[in-house]
Design a protein around this ligand. Structure first.
Ligand code: FES
Length: 367
């Protein structure tokens, strides 16, 4: 499995961009297009499948979220889609409050849920998406169809109801335009189709059926998967069981489902045990000593509470914006969806997920 999420070193500087357009995509989702002035254009180039980190002050709180870009690079627009989630601070703000003309802080694109797309490629692609997981896949799909005339694409897209299908018109138009190279299969869990295969969720069993009926695993060069964690892991397991090589499968995690209760209890015990430990923190060329605050729960928040502007975005172990290098000592990392095995071997940690094991921990955000 290849987990997408982080890049070599996530770019962490924000730029203020004006919202040029907000379009309602479904009852509970909007797309937001930004105006990018010429002077900032070099900062906002992106690859299909990448995401932007947005920041806003909401109710006096610095709120940051990652949203995938739904445009293809060739379209010349910088645009993300935001689906409202229950209790979601940023998504509610974006859906109900944000207006064209408002300004948002935006970080340059990050993420490696992408591929070296190019006209010379003649590949067979497939994608599994659920809900707003379509967003990066739409960018990828448009890029493949526009820029790789000899490539083919199969999309398996799950939603609860037809009214919740994001970008439904755009997908239908693409299907008409590229009818010999694009196939789209919709799956609905709360509406009945005559064909039983298209009813229900994209769980492991359904994905296994798809792999047998609609997809030839031997004729598959690259697979993209984005949606809720359970759906992604189910699709991945079905593909692996059918013999699809792990290195051809890319997963994009938005937010982790969170650890199990047993894991939460042991993580809480680790955090309590770390209370009051002193850590050396290197940031922007300065070294400071910071005391781990168990009430805050992780190194990142202890560092920020000490007045050091350590970068972050998701705080969920996904984006790797809070990545730092462990120079000495040991830490416990609760979850890691953002670092590759290589980065972990090199000593990188996600500070939003980590607690120090002793008093000898030194961490550098500068490496
Ligand atoms: S802030 Fe995203 S992984 Fe830590």
């Amino acid at each position: 499995m290849y987990i997408a999420g982080a890049m070599d070193k996530p770019k962490t500087s924000f730029h203020a961009l004006t919202v040029a357009e907000i379009r309602r995509e479904t009852r509970d989702a909007v797309s937001i297009r930004f105006d990018v002035p010429d002077a900032l254009a070099p900062h906002f180039t992106f690859k299909a499948g990448q995401y932007l980190t947005l920041r806003a002050e909401i109710g006096g709180e610095d709120v940051r979220r990652n949203y995938s870009i739904c445009a293809a690079p060739a379209e010349g627009a910088l645009m993300v889609a935001v689906k409202a989630v229950a209790g979601g601070k940023f998504s509610t703000y974006a859906n109900n409050v944000l207006q064209p003309g408002d300004r948002l802080e935006v970080m340059p694109a990050s993420g490696r849920f992408t591929a070296p797309f190019g006209a010379e490629r003649a590949l067979s692609y497939a994608a599994f998406a659920a809900g707003s997981g379509i967003t990066p896949i739409l960018s990828i799909l448009k890029t493949v169809l526009h820029s790789e005339p000899a490539s083919r694409f199969k999309l398996f897209y799950a939603n609860r109801q037809s009214g919740q299908i994001m970008f439904a018109e755009q997908l239908a138009a693409l299907k008409n335009r590229y009818m010999d190279r694009l196939e789209i299969f919709h799956f609905l869990s709360m509406e009945e189709d005559d064909v039983a295969l298209f009813n229900g969720r994209l769980d492991a069993r359904k994905c296994a059926e798809i792999v047998g009926l609609l997809l030839d695993p031997a004729d598959l060069d690259q697979v993209f998967i984005c949606g809720p964690e359970g759906m992604m892991l189910g699709a991945e397991a079905a593909l692996l069981a059918a013999g699809v090589p792990a290195e051809t499968i890319l997963l994009e995690f938005f937010l982790s489902a969170g650890p199990s209760t047993a894991q939460s209890e042991s993580a809480a015990a680790v955090v309590q045990a770390a209370a009051g430990r002193r850590m050396g923190i290197l940031l922007d060329g300065r070294k400071s000593t910071v005391v781990f605050d168990a009430a805050l729960g992780n190194i990142l928040d202890s560092v920020r509470a000490a007045g050091m502007p350590a970068p972050f975005a998701c705080k969920g172990g996904v984006c790797a914006t809070c990545r730092a290098k462990l120079v000495s000592g040991e830490v416990d990392m609760k979850v890691n969806y953002g670092l590759t095995a290589d980065e972990v071997t090199q000593g990188y940690i996600l500070t939003c997920q980590s607690a120090p094991r002793g008093d000898d921990v030194v961490i550098s955000y500068d490496m």
